[in-house]
Design a protein around this ligand. Structure first.
Ligand SMILES: *[C@@H]1O[C@H](CO)[C@@H](O)[C@H](O)[C@H]1NC(C)=O
Ligand SMILES: *[C@@H]1O[C@H](CO)[C@@H](O)[C@H](O)[C@H]1NC(C)=O
Ligand SMILES: *[C@@H]1O[C@H](CO)[C@@H](O)[C@H](O)[C@H]1NC(C)=O
Ligand SMILES: *[C@@H]1O[C@H](CO)[C@@H](O)[C@H](O)[C@H]1NC(C)=O
Ligand SMILES: *[C@@H]1O[C@H](CO)[C@@H](O)[C@H](O)[C@H]1NC(C)=O
Ligand SMILES: *[C@@H]1O[C@H](CO)[C@@H](O)[C@H](O)[C@H]1NC(C)=O
Ligand SMILES: *[C@@H]1O[C@H](CO)[C@@H](O)[C@H](O)[C@H]1NC(C)=O
Ligand SMILES: *[C@@H]1O[C@H](CO)[C@@H](O)[C@H](O)[C@H]1NC(C)=O
Length: 418
């Protein structure tokens, strides 16, 4: 199996040159050496026309990477302050205040320097141009909750340095839908807010902090028609299901003909996922659309899980958990299994769907959350300020950080596993 060394610096001026060097060190095929000679010749003749050189180097990049037989989700975090982070927080045009931990005062930066190393192979190097070329004329939609948005923003930040012209990369808000367009490639990468997948009273992308969550168990059409025509869909939905009670509703919000308070998470999660999967089964063009389902993104709200005092959480954590196979009690494996079985059923019915099992690898990263270093939409009270543990966000992820790895894995699937 040939593998790429996952080394990448995004310093723009050095990018092409480094590429050349790395390829020189990394590959030994005669075909490649010939391409190198041609490239060097062109660079020699055209001087500092790095754009040209860049294009030539793209041609030269070897495409026979494969991760067949390698479990990308089983591995360990390796401290690597040479090739990480893949972008700088301040330089990302699409950064959001929810994930910009440095901007909001975090001063330990080690969390940005961890690379995910699967045991059996290397992840391919992320190449934004190659990704956009693969996605040319296509529409990708991330559908889900705020962790899904975290994931989507990470992808935009990864792509950002590869498109130098600002007018060629534009994000726009249309209610629950945020669209990103890379116009040179006619690629759209959108995010659609739909935290429970089915319709609910939490569907407002801004005002969704309601105390009683009500979901319309059998209704998804209003949402689904916004993304069903996409070429690729990336779903996630987890943390909203953890509420102790939720109201299930049949009929309309105005004229409900039945409501039930459901305390069992698995039951209501399964009902919603069935509505979702039935919709996909009947409405999706399965020859066209590729589906990914992102498994549970674990939180670190209970420090007792990794040996802290009960009641403490991820606040103040600066190191990942290094114990291989670490699993927190709070991570709901029943919900995970429910999603796995629904996804598997869809796969058996001939839909092109993959579950990206990022739970374990993310679980190690108790250091990766914003804690108090983010914009708090509800400002902390005096009492909270005196007890940072009380208002620390241990659910979302700082960027650069953990979701970048989810995207490196997604990238591997998009480019190398059809
Ligand atoms: C992960 O890989 C290690 C080493 O190859 C192996 O011992 C272990 O069983 C694997 N774990 C899982 C969950 O597959
Ligand atoms: C990377 O980390 C090592 C070990 O902590 C340190 O000695 C080195 O100075 C760091 N290099 C950079 C570029 O930060
Ligand atoms: C641009 O991409 C969209 C899908 O996002 C596709 O429907 C359209 O045909 C593409 N336009 C061109 C000119 O290829
Ligand atoms: C959940 O609903 C049950 C049944 O209606 C009720 O007894 C219980 O108090 C509720 N729990 C919470 C935390 O609201
Ligand atoms: C509830 O409402 C839906 C449509 O709003 C209708 O199709 C269904 O038959 C109703 N069920 C009952 C039991 O009235
Ligand atoms: C999907 O592909 C199959 C097999 O190639 C073909 O028989 C079928 O007509 C296609 N369906 C659509 C909707 O394009
Ligand atoms: C956080 O870490 C600092 C420095 O290690 C320590 O002084 C402080 O007591 C810690 N606070 C909490 C709440 O753990
Ligand atoms: C996902 O990973 C967890 C932990 O490594 C494992 O227990 C579970 O079986 C995996 N699920 C799938 C569908 O591979």
């Amino acid at each position: 199996m040939k593998t790429h060394k996952p080394q990448e610096s995004l310093d723009k001026k050095m990018k092409s040159f480094e590429k050349l060097q790395k390829m020189f060190n990394g590959y030994h095929s005669i075909k490649f050496m010939l391409l190198m000679l041609v490239t060097i010749g062109i660079v020699y003749m055209y001087g500092d026309k790095s754009v040209l050189m860049f294009k030539v180097m793209q041609e030269a990049e070897i495409d026979d990477y494969s991760f067949e037989g390698c479990d990308l989700f089983n591995g360990s975090w390796v401290y690597d302050n040479v090739s990480r982070p893949l972008y700088k927080e301040k330089e990302c045009s699409f950064m959001a205040d929810d994930y910009s931990c440095e901007k909001f005062g975090r001063t330990d930066f080690k969390y940005q320097y961890w690379r995910w190393q699967p045991h059996g192979c290397d992840l391919p190097r992320f190449n934004g141009i190659k990704l956009l070329e693969t996605l040319r004329n296509k529409r990708v939609v991330f559908v889900g909750d705020s962790v899904g948005k975290n994931h989507w923003v990470s992808l935009l930040c990864l792509i950002d340095p590869w498109i130098t012209e600002p007018s060629h990369k534009v994000a726009e808000w249309h209610g629950a839908l945020i669209t990103f367009r890379a116009s040179e490639y006619n690629v759209s990468i959108d995010f659609y807010w739909e935290p429970l997948l089915v319709e609910s009273n939490c569907d407002d992308p801004v005002k969704h902090r309601v105390s009683d969550r009500i979901m319309k168990v059998e209704s998804i059409e209003k949402h689904a028609k916004e993304w069903i025509d996409a070429d690729m869909l990336v779903f996630d939905s987890y943390s909203w299901w953890l509420a102790p009670n939720m109201t299930l509703l049949w009929g309309s919000f105005e004229h409900p003909n039945r409501t039930v308070i459901e305390s069992d998470r698995v039951i209501r999660y399964e009902m919603a996922l069935r509505t979702w999967s039935n919709w996909l089964e009947t409405h999706l063009n399965r020859n066209k659309t590729r589906l990914f389902f992102i498994s549970v993104s674990p939180d670190h709200k209970e420090g007792g899980d990794w040996g802290k005092t009960m009641g403490e959480n991820c606040y103040n954590e600066t190191e990942p958990i290094m114990q291989e196979g670490y699993w927190a009690r709070g991570t709901d494996t029943n919900l995970m299994r429910t999603a796995q079985s629904v996804v598997q059923d869809l796969g058996n019915k001939g839909l092109n769907i993959e579950l990206l099992n990022i739970t374990q690898l993310s679980q190690y990263r108790k250091d990766g959350h914003p804690t108090i270093y983010k914009r708090h939409w509800v400002p902390p009270t005096e009492v909270e300020l005196a007890h940072p543990v009380w208002f620390a966000d241990c659910l979302h992820w700082c960027l650069p950080g953990v979701p970048d790895v989810w995207n490196e894995i997604l990238y591997a699937y998009i480019r190398y596993k059809l």
